[in-house]
Ligand binder design. Structure first.
Ligand SMILES: Cc1cc2nc3c(=O)[nH]c(=O)nc-3n(C[C@H](O)[C@H](O)[C@H](O)COP(=O)(O)O)c2cc1C
Length: 325
């Protein structure tokens, strides 16, 4: 790819105090090779470093769980509050920045899907999980998250963001989509709480995510970029649609510098195949969600999903459908 042929794609972008060399941000993907106790080996740095070497302006890690005790969905989840994660995460941040990209740490909490299967060598262990309301899921009772655990979780996000900054990461990516905790609270189908953290009003259902953004902002300071990944639409019957996605995005504007406009949920089959578009969907099939959000907010927007050909990427940026791909 060359900057003269694709001038919009290679135009630098400044978010807070950080200059990104172009508009191509490597989407978060988890590195699947890990030790049996869920710590990344030092070679994980090579995997992420290669994306930076390839020319991306930002390279995001996969999901880093902020709370080992209540936030971990599976053994494939790395926990950032585990002291053993420090060394590999520092290595990853260095491996990315040495090739000129900004290392981005994605922070996540599995909510009601936490502790569902932490089996090691066939021995299954299922622990406590909290979601917006009490419900039964796959034969297990999910507890309604009490106020003190909500507050604890917000603090965990802030601590994780401070740690990531300390380890050498240059941007925080808050994962508020794909069916994880913050989206569970946003979902009208799941969040039928009666307190200020839920119910019919989108302001209430968005309160948890907004509080997390606010706490992360305080933890990293005013000069540090924050990205948030949202599902702009849940993509299944009974889930919220783009109208609520827009309302959510508007509430985030004050705290974040980039809204990553994803879609769907990995817990619902029909929504999963849109979230990670199947080969039966066209190239750029989810750009329309980013473009719709962009009409309503001033914050830069990232489009994601089935994006590959540089001509298409250039057109997305040039036509103003999104600011980042
Ligand atoms: C192997 C793999 C791992 C992924 N891991 C994550 C992850 O850790 N966090 C996340 O937010 N999305 C994750 N995703 C979703 C991608 O970031 C992206 O949103 C999705 O794959 C759609 O983009 P694509 O069509 O380019 O694959 C993963 C996707 C794949 C294929």
């Amino acid at each position: 790819m060359n900057r003269f042929k694709y001038p919009h794609l290679f135009e630098p972008l400044k978010l807070r105090g950080t200059l990104f060399r172009n508009r191509i941000f490597a989407a978060p993907t988890g590195y699947r090779n890990m030790t049996y106790d869920s710590v990344w080996p030092l070679e994980a740095g090579d995997y992420y470093g290669r994306k930076a070497l390839g020319g991306a302006a930002s390279v995001a890690t996969g999901e880093l769980v902020v709370d080992t005790e209540f936030g971990r969905g599976s053994l494939n989840h790395i926990c950032i509050d585990n002291p053993q994660s420090l060394m590999p995460l520092e290595k990853i941040a260095k491996a990315i920045s040495r090739y000129g990209a900004v290392p981005t740490a994605e922070l996540q909490h599995a909510g009601m899907y936490a502790n569902r299967d932490l089996s090691v060598f066939g021995a299954t262990s299922r622990g406590v999980a909290y979601g917006p309301i009490e419900l039964e899921l796959d034969g297990r009772i999910i507890r309604e998250m009490p106020e003190e655990i909500i507050e604890r979780t917000i603090e965990k996000y802030a601590a994780a963001a401070a740690a990531a900054k300390n380890y050498g990461f240059g941007m925080i990516l808050i994962h508020a989509g794909h069916g994880w905790l913050l989206q569970q609270f946003l979902s009208p189908q799941l969040n039928r709480r009666k307190d200020k953290w839920g119910g019919p009003a989108i302001e209430n259902r968005a309160r948890f995510a907004v509080a997390v953004c606010e706490a992360v902002r305080k933890a990293v300071g005013p000069n540090f970029p924050i990205e948030i990944r949202i599902s702009t639409s849940e993509g299944y019957d009974g889930g919220y649609d783009i109208e609520e996605g827009i309302a959510f995005a508007k509430q985030l504007e004050e705290y974040v510098d980039l809204i990553n406009a994803s879609v769907g949920s990995h817990e619902v089959q029909e929504a999963f195949s849109v979230m990670t578009p199947s080969m039966f969907l066209g190239d750029g099939c989810n750009v329309k969600y980013a473009a719709e959000i962009k009409k309503h907010v001033k914050t830069p927007i990232a489009a994601i999903g089935a994006l590959g050909e540089p001509e298409m990427l250039e057109e997305i940026i040039a036509s103003g459908k999104a600011d980042v791909v």
